[in-house]
Design a protein around this ligand. Structure first.
Ligand code: CA
Length: 243
């Protein structure tokens, strides 16, 4: 028997544009999801049958079998009928999106989308379809001397309340919810600032420095937000247990 919790983290992306496929893969994997990619409807349907994903992200404009037909076939097969489908549609006025919903798709996102918007929709659909598997991000974070209330935007370091700008808070939140993994500056910009941002990669460095001043014991020798030379940054959560 496979682990149902693992199964519930499997997302199939059917999209012919490679850039969008890759963006979705990086984004969703950053959320702890397992991502399968298909560049056309034929392969998408084959993967949907074989891999039993927990959710399908489906582009409507596909070569060969179109997205609407893929949607119809998924809904008509008993083994896949329950899987939530999130449609990617090119324009907000596109009538196909409505047809897709009528064919049984559950939600849609209009291109160009922000990764965070997709993540929010994906999480909502997974919860609605399969219940809360326990991977949903906690509203609180508490480890070592760091305590964060995500709803109240409150951060306590060793019991001391610290002020953060909204972006600093979001970067800190990203780090603590994606620990022990190296992210490039470009990835952090995309995932924390959003895809349409015009800020430069060194903005990330500035924000990291500000975070370090508040959360590191010695910000000249950071142990929590570590610089990985030539790559980017990593939040080393293990250091919190040692402190
Ligand atoms: Ca397309």
């Amino acid at each position: 028997m496979s682990d149902p919790r693992r199964e519930r983290r499997k997302v199939l992306v059917i999209e012919d544009e490679q850039d969008i496929r890759e963006l979705l893969k990086v984004t969703l994997e950053g959320e702890g999801l397992q991502v399968l990619l298909a560049g056309d409807g034929e392969l998408g349907l084959a993967l949907a049958r074989r891999e039993r994903p927990a959710l399908v992200i489906l582009d409507l404009m596909l070569p060969g079998i179109g997205g609407l037909e893929v949607c119809r076939r998924i809904r008509s097969e008993e083994s896949m009928a329950r899987v939530p489908i999130l449609i990617l549609s090119a324009r907000s006025g596109e009538p196909d999106k409505v047809v897709g919903l009528e064919l049984g798709a559950d939600d849609y996102v209009t291109k160009p989308f922000s990764p965070r918007e997709v993540v929010a929709r994906v999480r909502a659909l997974l919860r609605r379809a399969w219940g809360d598997p326990g991977e949903a991000p906690s509203e609180h974070y508490e480890r070592g001397n760091i305590k964060i209330d995500f709803d109240a935007y409150e951060v306590l370091i060793s019991g001391q309340r610290m002020e953060f700008s909204l972006r600093e808070f979001e970067l800190l939140k990203f780090f603590v919810t994606h620990p022990n993994r190296v992210y490039e500056r470009g990835q952090l910009l995309e995932l924390v600032w959003g895809p349409d941002t015009f800020v430069e990669p060194r903005t990330v460095d500035v924000h990291v420095r500000r975070l370090r001043r508040r959360i590191e014991k010695d910000d000249a020798n950071p142990e929590l937000i570590v610089t990985v030379r030539g790559v980017g940054y990593m939040f080393d959560e293990r250091k919190l247990d040692a402190s």
